[in-house]
Write a protein that binds this ligand. Structure first.
Ligand code: ATR
Length: 281
């Protein structure tokens, strides 16, 4: 029997951990699947996806820089994908593609189940208003965060995100340059691409409440700068995005195969490999 095809589509995508994660989930659950990484440079997403569908593609994860484009081509969007304005999970239907977004659920599951956090009533700061911030903000509100301050370098981007979230009483868009005037936070989340594009974030001290935690949605080298700054600034716990990556993959796996895999062994395997990589040079 030929294996059904799944893939992660992005650019760059060669170093994506998703093929390893989905192979491990498939092995664990006894589901035969083929999951590959497909590079689609800017402007090539539609053509690459059409080719993938023609070759039997049944589901795909979408990563940078195509999450907004993926949302635009879907015949149907889940409620959470619609609120995020971005799709990271595509499901093939008889009539085209259905889009979902599992990033926010992945982050919340990692924070609450793996790290034992209770997000209810917390005063949270989300830094960034791009695709990553759009993906996680609705889930943070759904998880019961009391106040969500969102700061961004470009004002129009953060205003657009706040408008899309539509909860003016709880969501507070601000300029990044004003971040030092907003008080202290129980949770500070870095959703910028600053480290990836090589222009470090410039943040003041004094942002963490007692027992306030820091989260970077990136992992590996890209998370080191922000999490080191957070530790030096008095954050209690510092959490990178590796757990979120595994959890969002598990949510996608559930959409495609109807089974939620056990994420702990896969997370442990990747954590061990990441630690080796990050300390190697
Ligand atoms: P992603 O999908 O990773 O979120 P993106 O949609 O390009 O990528 O968004 C990048 C985010 O990081 C934006 O919020 C961007 O700020 P602007 O909206 O002002 O461009 C933010 N960002 C990138 N580099 C930054 C830096 N050096 N300092 C502050 N914010 C930065």
């Amino acid at each position: 029997m030929s294996r059904v095809r799944y893939a992660v589509i992005g650019h760059p995508v060669a170093h994506s951990l998703s093929p390893r994660i989905h192979a491990a989930f498939g092995q664990q659950t006894g589901i035969a699947l083929e999951y590959t990484a497909i590079d689609a440079g800017c402007g090539r997403f539609d053509a690459v996806l059409a080719e993938f569908a023609a070759e039997g593609g049944r589901g795909a994860n979408v990563t940078l820089p195509h999450k907004a484009r993926a949302a635009a081509i879907c015949q149907h969007l889940s409620e959470r994908a619609r609120r995020a304005g971005a799709v990271n999970t595509l499901v093939r239907t008889n009539t085209g593609w259905e889009g979902d977004n599992t990033d926010g659920a992945g982050l919340v599951r990692d924070l609450t189940e793996r790290h034992g956090q209770d997000l209810r009533g917390r005063r949270a700061l989300l830094i960034g208003a791009g695709g990553a911030a759009h993906g996680v903000a609705p889930a943070l509100l759904d998880a019961g965060v009391e106040d969500l301050f969102i700061v961004n370098r470009t004002g129009s981007h953060v205003d657009a995100l706040a408008d899309a979230l539509g909860e003016p009483g709880r969501v507070h868009p601000r300029y990044l340059s004003d971040v030092g005037t907003l008080g202290v936070f129980d949770l500070v989340i870095n959703a910028t691409s600053a480290a990836r594009v090589g222009t470090p974030l410039d943040l003041p001290g004094g942002l963490f409440a007692p027992r306030g935690d820091a989260v970077d949605l990136s992992y590996g080298e890209a998370a080191i700068g922000f999490l080191s700054w957070a530790r030096a600034s008095g954050a209690d716990r510092t959490i990178d995005g590796l757990g979120m990556l595994v959890e969002q993959a598990a949510e996608s796996f559930l959409r495609w195969h109807g089974v939620h895999p056990d994420t702990d062994p896969v997370y442990a395997m990747l954590r061990e490999q990441q630690d080796v990589l990050v300390t190697a040079d």
